[in-house]
Ligand binder design. Structure first.
Ligand SMILES: *Cc1c(COP(=O)(O)O)cnc(C)c1O
Length: 675
């Protein structure tokens, strides 16, 4: 499905600019014949021609969230001042080193990441689009312009997490342009108008680009209640919000593609949120028998075994808001069972998408257990991460120095498996450890106020705060953690993560962590614990690049894949993990240590029984070993290059040859889209 440049459909600078509202005043200095916010324009014409062309096979990738991380990937240039709101983000840090909170401004000259994602699902979608661009695929993303992002996180001691509204300014955000196209969805509460925005994601070498189309209800011609619909990602105070947000993504998304004139061959639904795209297609057919052909165009990725991750709405609720033709379509396509009064978006996708995938081999097994009627069509395509985003500068340099072995690793991330050939090269072993120390020094400098030390074992845990991920497991029996720090060697622990603003249990987990940190006040000579506010892709990169050990302790089998560990392994950060998600596929490669409960059999089990006592004991036993080996490997800066620790680091990098989105997209192209 590689693009060729066709002249048959014409797309030029002129008709691109014509669709941008207020182009002359706002954008003419940033978008012109030669440059799109400092990036080449020809690549935009290529992808637009391709998406418009009937000859090219094109894919629309729908996702509720996109984590595009421009702050660490291909930052666009801007000629006029950007709103202050887009430039800085302040983070407080709660630690046992400073008794009170300390306001910490992210020390970067870069902008705030486009705040239209909540966590791993969005980061995966962003990485998928980036790799599509790297591969030169004709792909467009479809998402929502969240005018108030997800939320801003505050920690309050004795309270946990206090969410605050986030504000940012899309209209001065470089690369993000409003189009004149407006699409309208008829609803029981009147017409809902949506503006389209466009953002181009460039390949790492800037030779290709893929657009992301973002839908926005914040228009004057909408009533106030509708204008708020695209304010906040995953707003869930009321079923009303949830239904409308899904209607916007699925139905609005299909209408947006039509409005732009894109000729789409495959509709990829990243999670069930976009399922109403199927309903929109169904309604548009005069002859419903033709729907079978439509179904062949649909692919669906299921992302979680956790019940809350599957949207269901009563027919009663849907009937309150949706027009009758959508209600009818939803009942035909998405009932849980024949006599059910529930529309389930997961079932809508499973019923009607010809291709379905889970996101790791283990998750495939679990998804087939969950939905036995659909088992034959559920395949697994293991997630990945975008190498060019998550690989640190120092590891790029390292790989370049060894290019006689690694070849053109930028173009072919699979080359990284060849690092195993360097295992007996003492110089390489020393170099990989030094490259890691450069990253760790960066962490120590960024968090200088907290006096972290480069030669102290540092453990990282950062991801969404959700029960099954067990964020406070490492503190479950604090005295055992302390024993390791006193008896074997000092520890540094850095954590971060947001809980959904309505998730009281999640907020309680944060409160618990703050309490534990407070308890460790008297022991800061041997253990330093920091929790960083507002986990985002900036911190995601900082931590996965630079800690010594990445801790991943979800309760099996509820972590469908997990991706933060993949960011860590490509930077030689070893894993301490339970056996779940992607880790199951890497366990034979000796990338670290495995501990805890292991899932098997045909029952999925209980998400509520977190097995904290037993699994924390196993974690402490492993950490004791990890700490011992770390201090044998690094004695205050004197490194034993023959240490098995360095073997593990090399195995990690080698395994990252597989866990990247380039490989993932190649599997999507072949198996899901059959192109
Ligand atoms: C990678 C990433 C995630 C996903 O982490 P998991 O370990 O897969 O849960 C979440 N949030 C951010 C900001 C990330 O960068």
């Amino acid at each position: 499905m590689n693009r060729t440049t066709t002249q048959e459909t014409s797309f030029s600078y002129k008709n691109f600019t014509a669709t941008i509202e207020g182009f002359d005043e706002n954008y003419k200095t940033d978008i012109n014949q030669d440059s799109y916010f400092g990036f080449p324009v020809e690549t935009i014409f290529d992808i637009e021609r391709s998406l418009l062309s009937r000859k090219e096979k094109s894919v629309a990738y729908f996702s509720m969230e996109f984590g595009i991380a421009p702050s660490i990937y291909n930052s666009f240039l801007l000629t006029h001042p950007m709103s202050e709101q887009n430039q800085f983000y302040s983070h407080e840090v709660f630690s046992n080193y400073w008794l009170c909170d300390y306001l910490f401004r992210v020390n970067t000259d870069k902008m705030l990441d486009i705040p239209i994602y909540g966590g791993g699902l969005g980061v995966l979608a962003g990485d998928a689009i980036k790799s599509s661009a790297d591969l030169g695929c004709s792909v467009t993303g479809i998402g929502i312009l969240w005018n108030k992002g997800y939320f801003k996180q505050n920690f309050w001691y004795k309270h946990g997490q206090v969410p605050e509204e986030l504000t940012w300014d899309p209209s001065t955000y470089p690369g993000l342009v409003p189009l004149e196209n407006i699409v309208t969805i008829e609803t029981k509460e009147g017409p809902l108008h949506l503006r389209l925005w466009k953002y181009y994601v460039y390949s790492y070498d800037r030779s290709h680009a893929c657009p992301i189309i973002l839908l926005d209800s914040n228009l004057e011609k909408n009533p106030p209640s509708f204008r708020k619909l695209t304010d906040q990602l995953y707003r869930s105070d009321d079923v009303w919000w949830k239904i409308f947000q899904r209607l916007i993504l699925g139905v609005g998304g299909v209408k947006a593609l039509e409005s732009l004139g894109y000729d789409i061959d495959r509709y990829h639904l990243n999670e069930g949120h976009a399922a109403f795209a199927l309903a929109e297609k169904y309604i548009s057919l005069n002859n419903k028998d033709e729907f079978a052909k439509c179904q062949e165009q649909f692919a669906y990725t299921c992302h979680t075994p956790v019940a809350a991750g599957h949207d269901r709405f009563s027919i009663h609720d849907i009937t309150r808001v949706l027009n009758d033709d959508y209600v009818q379509a939803a009942c035909t396509l998405g009932k849980e069972s024949e006599n059910s009064d529930q529309i389930n978006l997961t079932y809508m996708c499973l019923n009607n998408c010809q291709k379905v995938n889970a996101v790791a081999i283990k998750h495939g097994e679990i998804t087939r257990l969950q939905f036995p009627n659909f088992a034959p069509k559920i395949r697994s395509i293991t997630n990945g991460v975008h190498m060019h985003t998550w690989l640190s500068e120092s590891f790029r340099g390292l790989f370049d120095r060894y290019k006689s072995t690694l070849g053109d690793w930028r173009k072919n991330p699979e080359n990284l498996k060849k690092v195993n050939e360097l295992k007996s090269d003492a110089q390489f072993r020393s170099d990989i450890f030094s490259a890691h120390q450069v990253n760790k020094k960066g962490l120590v400098e960024t968090l200088a106020r907290w006096g972290l030390k480069e030669d102290v074992l540092t453990i990282g845990w950062a991801r969404r705060i959700a029960g099954y991920k067990r964020p406070a497991l490492i503190f479950h029996k604090v005295e055992q953690l302390l024993k390791i720090a006193y008896e074997v060697g000092p520890l540094q622990v850095v954590l971060a993560g947001k809980a959904h603003p309505n998730d009281d249990i999640g907020s309680a987990h944060i409160e618990e962590i703050l309490d534990h940190i407070d308890q460790l006040n008297d022991h800061r000579k041997v253990i330093k614990v920091l929790i960083l506010e507002n986990y985002d892709t900036y911190f995601g990169k900082l931590l996965t690049n630079s800690v010594d050990v990445w801790l991943n302790n979800p309760l099996p089998p509820f972590e469908a894949s997990g991706t933060s560990g993949m960011k860590a392994i490509m930077n030689g950060v070893v894993q301490v993990s339970t056996l779940d998600g992607w880790v199951v596929e890497a366990v034979n490669d000796d990338i670290g240590w495995i501990f805890g409960y292991q899932h098997s059999g045909s029952e999925i089990g209980q998400e509520m029984d977190l097995r904290l006592d037993k699994d924390s004991s196993e974690l402490y036993a492993v950490l004791r070993e990890v700490t011992k080996l770390y201090y044998q490997t690094n004695r205050e800066g004197t490194v034993d290059v023959q240490s098995p620790w360095i073997d593990k680091m090399i195995h990690c990098v080698g395994r990252s040859a597989f866990f990247n989105t380039q490989r993932m997209m190649q599997e999507y192209i072949k198996e899901m889209w059959q192109m």
